[in-house]
Design a protein around this ligand. Structure first.
Ligand SMILES: *Cc1c(COP(=O)(O)O)cnc(C)c1O
Length: 431
């Protein structure tokens, strides 16, 4: 008997509470999201433009307006090792705050790498393996995405090469150890290994790097290798799609908890994927069925793309290799200060999240770092979980809301996108 390929389903039972389909907000939007444009011609992208970087299944998911996309069984089987993720009532936090709101958190920190990112990493690795890719390249900031893609690549039989922003590569080695444990190779970015990296080093030999620079390197490496593809952990429409498992589970779990609906949902926003995953199914229900969930995107005051950025076409990377995306952006050359929430240090915001903000389907607020950590510490002391520095932005905004009279009798949802156990030096610096 030959060994089955890692992409074949094993055939074991998967609980019915693991979603069978991803939900796509594009089906319910009153106006379509502006298309991505070719960086050279400035015309809408064609599937052929993206083919050197992505498998066809993901290119189709990038533009589909189907409401539901079936989740392949292999992906559901892998999801079932940590999904459905728990929706927990934060009784002790409520008591500590003396609030009359009912606070819930949806906890994505139960995944193997401790964040929501594997929801899309597994899907992306699956479609790449299915179409014959043998290697994935990507960038990572603090390392959550690199670790997530490394995990998914290991399970689906792919190799993975990661460019990590220099500042994090030097200061935060633990996620690199995670990546290497999964069998990936991790380089500091900018590196001497790519043309774009060499150009950036020539311009500034002491640069600490940025996500935009690392993306240029990973994209270039994939474009030059016919067996390799590139994978992006946030921002693109297909990533928002994969993350929708979070919010679809919430829709079931919140009813089980005895609520009619989520009244106000808070999610942190870096590239927009955990926010979209948590809230697009809820916004879709608002649009289709008239529920009235308010959605608040919580971003760092130090990298305020939604609250301070311009809504225009911009590149996703510094070298300008990626398509032009219509998004709230601080400009592709913006290098954010080295805040602890590395996952929120991106100059732009997902086109679908930007569009939803523009349509008034969600709101945005900026939270400064001290306020965010104060919220994280308050949450940890009441509930026990130490939130990821990224997630503390949502926690702090929800706590501030729960302290107002406006929250009386309301159900409040916090997107707890990850845990902070690998970010303890950041907490150490704070406390
Ligand atoms: C990467 C990351 C984020 C930010 O990315 P989004 O695409 O905005 O979700 C938020 N929280 C955690 C735990 C992360 O790892």
């Amino acid at each position: 008997m030959s060994t089955p390929r890692p992409i074949e389903p094993l055939g074991h039972a998967v609980p019915s509470t693991v979603p069978t389909h991803w939900y796509n907000l594009a089906a319910d939007l009153p106006e379509p999201t502006p298309p991505h444009l070719h960086p050279g011609t400035k015309e809408p992208l064609t599937p052929d433009d993206l083919a050197p970087l992505f498998p066809m299944a993901l290119i189709e998911q990038e533009v589909t307006t189907e409401r539901y996309v079936e989740i392949p069984q292999t992906v559901r089987e892998i999801y079932s090792t940590w999904r459905p993720s728990p929706l927990v009532r934060a009784h002790r936090l409520e008591r500590a705050l003396g609030t009359k709101a009912r606070i819930y958190y949806k906890y994505e920190g139960v995944s193997p790498v401790g964040s929501h990112k594997p929801n899309t990493a597994v899907a992306q690795a699956y479609y790449n393996a299915l179409e014959g890719t043998t290697k994935l390249t990507t960038e990572t900031g603090a390392g959550q995405w690199g670790a997530s893609l490394s995990f998914a690549a290991a399970l689906l039989g792919l190799t993975c090469e990661v460019w990590q922003v220099r500042a994090s590569f030097d200061a935060k080695p633990y996620r690199r150890f995670q990546m290497e444990t999964y069998g990936s190779v991790c380089h500091p970015s900018p590196s001497e290994l790519t043309e774009s990296g060499r150009a950036m080093l020539a311009a500034d030999p002491d640069t600490t790097g940025s996500l935009g620079m690392a993306i240029s390197e990973a994209v270039e490496a994939a474009a030059k290798d016919p067996k390799a593809h590139y994978a992006l952990g946030s921002v693109l429409n297909h990533v928002m799609l994969h993350q929708s498992v979070i919010g679809q589970e919430v829709l079931e779990q919140i009813v089980e908890a005895g609520e009619e609906q989520v009244d106000v949902a808070f999610g942190c926003a870096g590239g927009g994927s955990n926010l979209a995953g948590l809230t697009f199914p809820l916004i879709g229900k608002n649009l289709r069925e008239g529920t009235t969930t308010r959605v608040v995107a919580c971003e760092p005051a130090a990298c305020p793309s939604l609250t301070q950025g311009e809504y225009r076409y911009d590149h996703g990377d510094v070298a300008g290799l990626t398509p032009l995306l219509k998004m709230h952006t601080l400009g592709k050359d913006f290098v954010p200060p080295a805040i602890h929430a590395g996952g929120l240090r991106y100059h732009g915001m997902a086109p679908m999240v930007s569009h939803a903000l523009n349509l008034g389907l969600l709101e945005a607020t900026a939270v400064d770092q001290d306020t965010a950590f104060a919220g994280g510490v308050e949450f940890a002391r009441a509930e026990g979980i130490i939130p990821a520095p990224e997630s503390t932005h949502a926690v702090a905004a929800a706590i501030a809301f729960a302290r107002t009279a406006e929250s009386d009798g309301r159900s409040v949802l916090i997107g707890l996108s990850g845990n902070g156990v690998l970010d303890l030096p950041a907490y150490g610096a704070y406390v």
